[in-house]
Write a protein that binds this ligand. Structure first.
Ligand SMILES: CC(C)(COP(=O)(O)OP(=O)(O)OC[C@H]1O[C@@H](n2cnc3c(N)ncnc32)[C@H](O)[C@@H]1OP(=O)(O)O)[C@@H](O)C(=O)NCCC(=O)NCCS
Length: 233
């Protein structure tokens, strides 16, 4: 599922710093210069980065905000992160490298979406290798943005960054699963040129699970890098 994580999955992470994307922030970030009517736009930088010790405070602040809003942080092993951040990081790295995973769990890399290298806006989880037996349960990507930062285009841009990385890794597309009715998540996928592939019913809950596909090589959508440029303008 896009937002959730498999409960049997250990928490994980690996070490790549994604390219940076600078973009003109929306009006709430516009700073007006005092000279005349000249308006200066602040240029913010978004990156997807591995979780490391220096990010502990920012990561935990994000987790705390989710917990205050929703009562939990269901996307990763928040308990370990709170109790022992070094162990959390080691578990994430093992998970990214496929170390000690249960047989039905694929490797997953966890990235923090960072604003200006400082503020943790959300989390992206990337499962680059999905052999056929796992494809019916897992999409390539899951993501969540902290409640106070929603509606500012961050998930859209974060997914665009991940698309670019996936394209560079040689993937021809990304599959994403959306459980239930999540219009914001669907919109994020659609803005990244994703389209609905098919919908199934969860055999237990009966809830619909919609599978989307982002074709990374689709000519009319341009390359992921082109889309990043378009989102930045
Ligand atoms: C889904 C989520 C990641 C979106 O993050 P975000 O940073 O707010 O997303 P963006 O700002 O990039 O884009 C959101 C888009 O959805 C639209 N949107 C938001 N709520 C909507 C609604 N109820 N109906 C229709 N569109 C909606 C926004 O208008 C925006 O589209 P626009 O730019 O065309 O106006 C965030 O809401 C979240 O973390 N939710 C909890 C976890 C989750 O549900 N993850 C997905 C699970 S399937």
């Amino acid at each position: 599922m896009v937002g959730g994580t498999d409960p049997s999955r250990k928490s994980g992470r690996h070490a790549v710093v994604f390219k940076r994307i600078a973009y003109k922030a929306r009006e709430d970030h516009i700073e007006r210069a005092t000279l005349g009517a000249l308006a200066m736009k602040r240029v913010a930088t978004l990156t997807l980065e591995e979780v490391t010790e220096p990010l502990a405070a920012q990561y935990l602040a994000m987790v705390d905000e989710f917990t205050a809003a929703d009562g939990e942080y269901p996307y990763n092993d928040a308990e370990t992160a709170r109790q022992d951040f070094s162990t959390f990081i080691r578990d994430l790295r093992d998970e990214a490298n496929g170390v000690d995973l249960p047989p039905d769990v694929v490797a997953q890399t966890t990235y923090v979406l960072l604003l200006d290298g400082e503020r943790a806006l959300g989390e992206f989880r990337f499962r680059p290798l999905l052999p056929p037996p796992y494809r019916s349960n897992n999409g390539h990507v899951g993501y969540n943005v902290r409640p106070s930062e929603r509606g500012k285009g961050y998930a859209t841009r974060g997914l665009a960054l991940l698309c670019e990385e996936a394209q560079e890794l040689g993937l021809n597309g990304l599959s994403l699963a959306v459980d239930g009715n999540k219009p914001a998540s669907v919109r994020v996928i659609e803005k990244n040129c994703g389209t609905l592939h098919h919908t199934v019913s969860d055999p237990q809950s009966g809830e619909p699970r919609s599978w989307y596909w982002i074709a990374l090589l689709k000519a009319e959508c341009g390359t992921a890098a082109n889309r990043l440029d378009a989102l930045s303008s």
